[in-house]
Design a protein around this ligand. Structure first.
Ligand SMILES: [Zn+2]
Length: 126
């Protein structure tokens, strides 16, 4: 069964492509650098898809996305860690998934920070 990320992947890729002309002007993080903006957005999309596939046990699919992500950011530690981990036995994913869920449950939900940064637009959602 495909996840929400898988179902929207091609739409998100198309959105990135269509928004490319706006990147150099509309993104506060990469003002004036369209290619850096596009690369950052694609890297995020490929990485999220790779992690999603990894945790669903689709290691070959995860590696495929990680290779795409690492063509953009070859030294990204998280991407490299997932790539190496994708060669472990699928047998180990279930306990790792339980550990990950437990660690996530301990984190508190994000809260609004009064006086936080306002009026800043980023095209990366983060
Ligand atoms: Zn940007």
């Amino acid at each position: 069964m495909s996840s929400a990320i898988e179902r929207t992947f091609h739409g998100q890729e198309l959105t990135i492509e269509k928004a490319t002309p706006l990147c150099a002007h509309a993104c506060s993080r990469h003002l004036g650098d369209r290619q850096a903006c596009v690369d950052a957005r694609r890297f995020r999309l490929y990485s999220e898809c790779a992690r999603d596939r990894f945790w669903r046990g689709d290691f070959p699919g995860s590696r495929q996305m990680l290779r795409r992500a690492m063509t953009i950011a070859p030294v990204d530690r998280k991407a490299r860690a997932y790539y190496v981990a994708s060669f472990i036995s699928p047998h180990w994913v279930r306990p790792l998934r339980r550990l990950r869920a437990a660690l996530r449950a301990r984190k508190s939900p994000p809260r609004h920070v009064p006086g936080g940064k306002r009026g800043t637009i980023t095209m990366h959602g983060g």
